[in-house]
Design a binder for this molecule. Structure first.
Ligand SMILES: *Cc1c(COP(=O)(O)O)cnc(C)c1O
Length: 348
Protein backbone atom coordinates (compact mmCIF):
# COMPACT_ATOMS: atom_id res chain seq x y z
CA UNK A 1 0.00 0.00 0.00
CA UNK A 2 1.66 3.23 -1.11
CA UNK A 3 1.44 6.38 0.99
CA UNK A 4 -0.19 8.18 -1.95
CA UNK A 5 -3.10 5.74 -1.92
CA UNK A 6 -3.75 6.53 1.77
CA UNK A 7 -3.86 10.30 1.38
CA UNK A 8 -7.02 12.34 0.86
CA UNK A 9 -7.20 13.29 -2.80
CA UNK A 10 -7.74 16.99 -2.14
CA UNK A 11 -4.51 17.05 -0.12
CA UNK A 12 -2.58 15.28 -2.89
CA UNK A 13 -3.90 17.84 -5.37
CA UNK A 14 -3.51 20.80 -3.04
CA UNK A 15 -1.53 23.76 -4.29
CA UNK A 16 -0.05 25.04 -1.01
CA UNK A 17 0.14 28.67 0.03
CA UNK A 18 3.40 30.14 -1.09
CA UNK A 19 4.75 32.49 1.56
CA UNK A 20 7.20 35.32 1.01
CA UNK A 21 9.84 33.06 2.55
CA UNK A 22 9.01 30.34 0.00
CA UNK A 23 9.22 32.69 -2.97
CA UNK A 24 12.70 33.79 -1.93
CA UNK A 25 14.75 31.44 0.22
CA UNK A 26 18.29 32.78 -0.14
CA UNK A 27 20.08 35.37 1.99
CA UNK A 28 19.56 39.08 1.36
CA UNK A 29 20.26 42.39 3.09
CA UNK A 30 16.91 44.04 2.70
CA UNK A 31 13.55 42.27 2.97
CA UNK A 32 10.63 44.28 1.67
CA UNK A 33 8.54 41.32 0.61
CA UNK A 34 6.21 40.44 3.52
CA UNK A 35 4.75 43.71 4.77
CA UNK A 36 6.52 43.25 8.09
CA UNK A 37 7.42 46.18 10.29
CA UNK A 38 11.00 47.43 10.03
CA UNK A 39 10.80 48.28 13.75
CA UNK A 40 12.31 45.41 15.78
CA UNK A 41 10.39 46.24 18.95
CA UNK A 42 11.23 44.91 22.41
CA UNK A 43 11.31 41.21 21.57
CA UNK A 44 12.52 41.20 17.96
CA UNK A 45 9.57 39.34 16.57
CA UNK A 46 8.81 41.76 13.76
CA UNK A 47 9.71 39.20 11.08
CA UNK A 48 7.64 36.17 10.12
CA UNK A 49 9.09 32.87 11.36
CA UNK A 50 10.87 30.37 9.13
CA UNK A 51 8.02 28.13 7.83
CA UNK A 52 10.35 25.09 7.88
CA UNK A 53 12.00 25.91 11.24
CA UNK A 54 15.36 25.05 9.67
CA UNK A 55 17.67 26.18 12.48
CA UNK A 56 15.59 24.37 15.05
CA UNK A 57 15.49 21.19 12.98
CA UNK A 58 19.29 21.26 12.57
CA UNK A 59 19.52 21.54 16.34
CA UNK A 60 17.06 18.66 16.73
CA UNK A 61 19.21 16.55 14.44
CA UNK A 62 22.30 17.40 16.51
CA UNK A 63 20.76 16.89 19.96
CA UNK A 64 18.02 14.29 19.41
CA UNK A 65 19.60 12.46 16.44
CA UNK A 66 16.42 12.85 14.37
CA UNK A 67 17.44 13.42 10.73
CA UNK A 68 16.68 16.91 9.40
CA UNK A 69 14.87 15.63 6.32
CA UNK A 70 12.60 13.44 8.45
CA UNK A 71 11.25 16.08 10.85
CA UNK A 72 8.50 18.67 10.83
CA UNK A 73 7.69 21.07 13.67
CA UNK A 74 4.11 21.49 14.82
CA UNK A 75 2.35 23.94 17.13
CA UNK A 76 2.53 21.27 19.81
CA UNK A 77 1.88 17.58 19.08
CA UNK A 78 -1.78 18.54 19.06
CA UNK A 79 -1.38 20.25 15.70
CA UNK A 80 0.43 17.21 14.33
CA UNK A 81 -2.36 14.86 15.43
CA UNK A 82 -4.98 17.16 13.89
CA UNK A 83 -3.06 17.50 10.61
CA UNK A 84 -2.55 13.75 10.43
CA UNK A 85 -6.28 13.13 10.63
CA UNK A 86 -7.01 15.85 8.08
CA UNK A 87 -4.40 14.54 5.64
CA UNK A 88 -5.31 10.85 5.78
CA UNK A 89 -8.96 10.54 6.85
CA UNK A 90 -12.08 11.28 4.82
CA UNK A 91 -14.73 12.84 7.10
CA UNK A 92 -17.77 10.64 7.55
CA UNK A 93 -16.03 7.66 5.99
CA UNK A 94 -12.60 6.75 7.41
CA UNK A 95 -11.73 5.60 10.92
CA UNK A 96 -8.89 5.92 13.40
CA UNK A 97 -8.16 3.31 16.07
CA UNK A 98 -7.05 3.76 19.68
CA UNK A 99 -6.56 1.45 22.65
CA UNK A 100 -8.14 2.74 25.84
CA UNK A 101 -7.28 4.03 28.34
CA UNK A 102 -5.11 6.51 26.48
CA UNK A 103 -4.61 10.20 25.67
CA UNK A 104 -7.97 11.82 24.95
CA UNK A 105 -6.77 14.11 22.15
CA UNK A 106 -6.79 11.45 19.41
CA UNK A 107 -10.53 10.95 19.69
CA UNK A 108 -11.28 14.64 20.11
CA UNK A 109 -9.37 15.61 16.96
CA UNK A 110 -11.07 12.77 15.11
CA UNK A 111 -14.45 14.06 16.34
CA UNK A 112 -13.63 17.62 15.26
CA UNK A 113 -12.88 16.29 11.80
CA UNK A 114 -15.99 14.06 11.71
CA UNK A 115 -13.85 10.93 11.66
CA UNK A 116 -14.99 7.86 13.59
CA UNK A 117 -12.84 6.46 16.41
CA UNK A 118 -12.69 2.70 16.97
CA UNK A 119 -11.81 2.23 20.67
CA UNK A 120 -10.36 -1.10 21.73
CA UNK A 121 -9.86 -2.05 25.33
CA UNK A 122 -6.42 -2.73 26.77
CA UNK A 123 -5.84 -5.84 28.84
CA UNK A 124 -6.73 -5.44 32.52
CA UNK A 125 -2.99 -5.19 33.31
CA UNK A 126 -2.93 -2.20 30.89
CA UNK A 127 -0.83 -3.98 28.25
CA UNK A 128 -1.93 -4.20 24.62
CA UNK A 129 -3.49 -7.39 23.27
CA UNK A 130 -1.82 -8.18 19.95
CA UNK A 131 -4.46 -10.64 18.71
CA UNK A 132 -7.47 -8.43 19.28
CA UNK A 133 -5.72 -5.38 17.82
CA UNK A 134 -4.72 -7.19 14.64
CA UNK A 135 -8.18 -8.69 14.34
CA UNK A 136 -9.80 -5.25 14.74
CA UNK A 137 -7.39 -3.73 12.21
CA UNK A 138 -8.51 -6.33 9.67
CA UNK A 139 -12.16 -5.75 10.45
CA UNK A 140 -12.21 -1.93 10.58
CA UNK A 141 -9.30 -1.02 8.26
CA UNK A 142 -8.44 2.18 10.16
CA UNK A 143 -6.55 4.89 8.29
CA UNK A 144 -4.52 5.65 11.43
CA UNK A 145 -3.75 3.53 14.49
CA UNK A 146 -2.52 5.65 17.40
CA UNK A 147 -0.18 3.98 19.89
CA UNK A 148 0.94 6.04 22.87
CA UNK A 149 4.21 4.81 24.40
CA UNK A 150 4.81 5.37 27.24
CA UNK A 151 1.05 5.67 27.47
CA UNK A 152 -0.81 8.51 29.15
CA UNK A 153 -2.35 7.94 31.72
CA UNK A 154 -1.03 4.43 32.42
CA UNK A 155 2.69 5.10 31.98
CA UNK A 156 3.11 1.75 30.23
CA UNK A 157 5.64 1.51 27.40
CA UNK A 158 4.68 -0.67 24.46
CA UNK A 159 7.39 -3.16 23.40
CA UNK A 160 8.91 -2.25 20.05
CA UNK A 161 8.36 -5.80 18.76
CA UNK A 162 4.62 -5.40 19.34
CA UNK A 163 4.52 -2.00 17.63
CA UNK A 164 6.36 -3.56 14.68
CA UNK A 165 3.80 -6.37 14.35
CA UNK A 166 0.85 -3.99 14.62
CA UNK A 167 2.41 -1.69 12.02
CA UNK A 168 3.00 -4.60 9.65
CA UNK A 169 -0.58 -5.77 9.75
CA UNK A 170 -1.94 -2.22 9.60
CA UNK A 171 -2.25 -1.09 5.99
CA UNK A 172 -2.84 2.49 7.17
CA UNK A 173 -0.59 4.78 9.17
CA UNK A 174 0.73 3.65 12.56
CA UNK A 175 1.37 6.78 14.64
CA UNK A 176 3.47 6.28 17.76
CA UNK A 177 3.19 9.10 20.30
CA UNK A 178 6.39 9.22 22.34
CA UNK A 179 5.65 12.33 24.41
CA UNK A 180 7.05 10.71 27.57
CA UNK A 181 9.90 8.71 26.01
CA UNK A 182 12.55 10.93 27.62
CA UNK A 183 11.53 9.60 31.04
CA UNK A 184 11.51 5.90 30.11
CA UNK A 185 14.56 3.88 31.08
CA UNK A 186 16.30 2.16 28.12
CA UNK A 187 13.52 3.34 25.82
CA UNK A 188 13.38 1.74 22.38
CA UNK A 189 11.98 4.38 20.03
CA UNK A 190 9.76 3.48 17.10
CA UNK A 191 11.90 5.87 15.04
CA UNK A 192 14.00 2.80 14.23
CA UNK A 193 10.97 1.31 12.43
CA UNK A 194 10.75 4.14 9.90
CA UNK A 195 13.35 2.58 7.64
CA UNK A 196 11.58 -0.77 7.36
CA UNK A 197 8.01 0.58 7.26
CA UNK A 198 7.17 3.90 5.58
CA UNK A 199 3.69 3.87 7.18
CA UNK A 200 5.14 4.35 10.67
CA UNK A 201 5.33 7.90 12.00
CA UNK A 202 6.50 9.08 15.42
CA UNK A 203 5.30 12.11 17.39
CA UNK A 204 7.58 13.75 19.94
CA UNK A 205 7.14 16.92 21.97
CA UNK A 206 9.21 19.42 23.90
CA UNK A 207 6.27 19.91 26.30
CA UNK A 208 7.31 17.40 28.95
CA UNK A 209 10.97 16.59 29.68
CA UNK A 210 12.17 19.65 27.71
CA UNK A 211 10.12 21.97 29.93
CA UNK A 212 8.42 23.86 27.10
CA UNK A 213 4.70 23.15 27.40
CA UNK A 214 4.03 26.88 27.14
CA UNK A 215 5.94 27.29 23.88
CA UNK A 216 3.97 24.67 21.88
CA UNK A 217 6.58 22.66 20.02
CA UNK A 218 5.81 19.18 18.70
CA UNK A 219 7.96 17.12 16.36
CA UNK A 220 6.77 14.76 13.64
CA UNK A 221 9.30 12.14 12.57
CA UNK A 222 8.36 10.46 9.29
CA UNK A 223 9.46 9.55 5.77
CA UNK A 224 10.32 12.45 3.47
CA UNK A 225 7.17 11.74 1.49
CA UNK A 226 4.94 12.12 4.56
CA UNK A 227 6.87 15.17 5.78
CA UNK A 228 6.20 16.81 2.40
CA UNK A 229 2.45 16.18 2.78
CA UNK A 230 2.36 17.78 6.24
CA UNK A 231 4.43 20.66 4.99
CA UNK A 232 1.87 21.29 2.29
CA UNK A 233 -1.15 21.03 4.60
CA UNK A 234 0.07 22.97 7.64
CA UNK A 235 -0.42 26.70 8.12
CA UNK A 236 2.68 28.39 6.66
CA UNK A 237 3.71 30.10 9.92
CA UNK A 238 2.46 27.47 12.35
CA UNK A 239 5.33 27.78 14.87
CA UNK A 240 6.05 31.30 16.10
CA UNK A 241 9.52 32.80 16.02
CA UNK A 242 9.40 32.93 19.85
CA UNK A 243 8.63 29.22 20.08
CA UNK A 244 11.37 28.34 17.58
CA UNK A 245 13.86 30.38 19.59
CA UNK A 246 12.72 28.90 22.89
CA UNK A 247 13.04 25.37 21.51
CA UNK A 248 16.53 26.07 20.19
CA UNK A 249 17.55 27.38 23.62
CA UNK A 250 16.04 24.43 25.47
CA UNK A 251 17.90 21.98 23.24
CA UNK A 252 21.11 23.93 23.91
CA UNK A 253 20.53 23.53 27.64
CA UNK A 254 20.72 19.76 27.64
CA UNK A 255 22.70 19.38 30.87
CA UNK A 256 20.19 21.26 32.99
CA UNK A 257 17.27 19.51 31.32
CA UNK A 258 18.94 16.18 32.01
CA UNK A 259 19.48 17.14 35.64
CA UNK A 260 15.85 18.19 36.10
CA UNK A 261 14.75 14.92 34.52
CA UNK A 262 16.95 12.87 36.86
CA UNK A 263 15.51 14.74 39.83
CA UNK A 264 11.99 14.09 38.53
CA UNK A 265 12.71 10.36 38.26
CA UNK A 266 14.24 10.26 41.74
CA UNK A 267 11.21 12.06 43.15
CA UNK A 268 8.92 9.68 41.30
CA UNK A 269 10.56 6.66 42.92
CA UNK A 270 10.23 8.32 46.32
CA UNK A 271 6.57 9.19 45.71
CA UNK A 272 5.81 5.66 44.56
CA UNK A 273 7.36 4.25 47.70
CA UNK A 274 5.59 6.67 50.06
CA UNK A 275 2.23 6.36 48.31
CA UNK A 276 2.49 2.59 48.53
CA UNK A 277 2.80 2.87 52.31
CA UNK A 278 -0.49 4.76 52.71
CA UNK A 279 -3.14 2.44 54.05
CA UNK A 280 -5.94 3.72 51.84
CA UNK A 281 -3.93 3.44 48.60
CA UNK A 282 -4.96 0.20 46.93
CA UNK A 283 -2.47 0.28 44.12
CA UNK A 284 0.38 2.37 42.73
CA UNK A 285 0.51 1.59 39.04
CA UNK A 286 4.12 1.55 37.87
CA UNK A 287 4.88 3.50 34.71
CA UNK A 288 7.66 5.07 32.66
CA UNK A 289 6.51 8.70 32.56
CA UNK A 290 6.72 11.77 34.84
CA UNK A 291 3.54 10.95 36.73
CA UNK A 292 2.24 8.35 39.13
CA UNK A 293 -1.11 6.65 38.91
CA UNK A 294 -2.69 5.55 42.13
CA UNK A 295 -5.89 3.73 42.93
CA UNK A 296 -8.08 4.38 45.95
CA UNK A 297 -11.64 3.46 46.89
CA UNK A 298 -13.12 6.88 46.32
CA UNK A 299 -11.11 8.92 43.81
CA UNK A 300 -13.61 11.77 43.79
CA UNK A 301 -13.42 12.26 47.56
CA UNK A 302 -9.61 12.23 47.55
CA UNK A 303 -9.57 14.61 44.61
CA UNK A 304 -11.84 17.04 46.44
CA UNK A 305 -9.77 16.75 49.61
CA UNK A 306 -6.53 17.55 47.73
CA UNK A 307 -8.09 20.46 45.90
CA UNK A 308 -9.33 21.86 49.24
CA UNK A 309 -5.63 21.84 50.21
CA UNK A 310 -4.77 23.73 47.04
CA UNK A 311 -3.35 20.67 45.26
CA UNK A 312 -4.82 19.76 41.89
CA UNK A 313 -4.37 16.29 40.42
CA UNK A 314 -6.12 14.58 37.51
CA UNK A 315 -8.94 12.12 38.02
CA UNK A 316 -8.88 9.22 35.55
CA UNK A 317 -11.64 7.46 37.48
CA UNK A 318 -14.01 7.26 34.51
CA UNK A 319 -11.49 5.60 32.16
CA UNK A 320 -11.82 1.88 31.53
CA UNK A 321 -9.71 -0.22 33.95
CA UNK A 322 -8.98 2.93 35.98
CA UNK A 323 -11.84 3.02 38.47
CA UNK A 324 -10.60 4.91 41.54
CA UNK A 325 -7.48 6.21 39.81
CA UNK A 326 -5.85 9.61 40.14
CA UNK A 327 -2.94 10.68 37.95
CA UNK A 328 -0.44 12.82 39.79
CA UNK A 329 2.34 14.69 37.99
CA UNK A 330 5.70 14.54 39.73
CA UNK A 331 6.37 18.11 40.82
CA UNK A 332 9.31 19.84 42.44
CA UNK A 333 10.69 18.47 45.71
CA UNK A 334 8.77 21.11 47.65
CA UNK A 335 5.52 20.41 45.79
CA UNK A 336 5.88 16.66 46.31
CA UNK A 337 6.52 17.14 50.06
CA UNK A 338 3.37 19.28 50.26
CA UNK A 339 1.43 16.56 48.41
CA UNK A 340 2.67 13.82 50.74
CA UNK A 341 1.99 16.01 53.78
CA UNK A 342 -1.62 16.43 52.69
CA UNK A 343 -2.04 12.77 51.79
CA UNK A 344 -0.65 11.59 55.12
CA UNK A 345 -3.35 13.58 56.93
CA UNK A 346 -6.18 12.24 54.78
CA UNK A 347 -8.78 10.14 56.60
CA UNK A 348 -10.19 7.66 54.11
C1 LIG B 1 1.33 15.88 26.99
C2 LIG B 1 1.15 14.97 25.81
C3 LIG B 1 1.47 15.41 24.52
C4 LIG B 1 2.01 16.77 24.29
O1 LIG B 1 1.18 17.55 23.53
P1 LIG B 1 1.70 18.98 23.07
O2 LIG B 1 0.61 19.44 22.17
O3 LIG B 1 3.00 18.72 22.32
O4 LIG B 1 1.91 19.81 24.27
C5 LIG B 1 1.33 14.54 23.46
N1 LIG B 1 0.87 13.29 23.67
C6 LIG B 1 0.58 12.84 24.89
C7 LIG B 1 0.13 11.44 25.06
C8 LIG B 1 0.69 13.68 26.00
O5 LIG B 1 0.34 13.22 27.21
Amino acid sequence: MSIKSLVNEHILNLIPYSSARDDFSGEADIYLDANESWYEGQIKANRYPDPRASLLRRKIEEVLSLPYKNTLIGNGSDEIIDLMIRIFCKPGEDRIMIMRPTYGAYRVFADINNVETISLLENSDLTLDEESIIEAIERYRPKIVFICSPNNPTGKSVPLSLIRRIAESNKGITAVDEAYSDFAPAFESAVTLLEENERVVVIRTLSKAWALAGARVGILVASEEIIALFDKAKAPYNVSILAQRAAFEALSDRENIERAKEETLKEKRLLEKELGELEYVKEVIAGDANFVLLRVDDAKRLYNYLSSKGIIVRSRDSEPHLKGCLRITVGSKIENRALMGALSEYKA
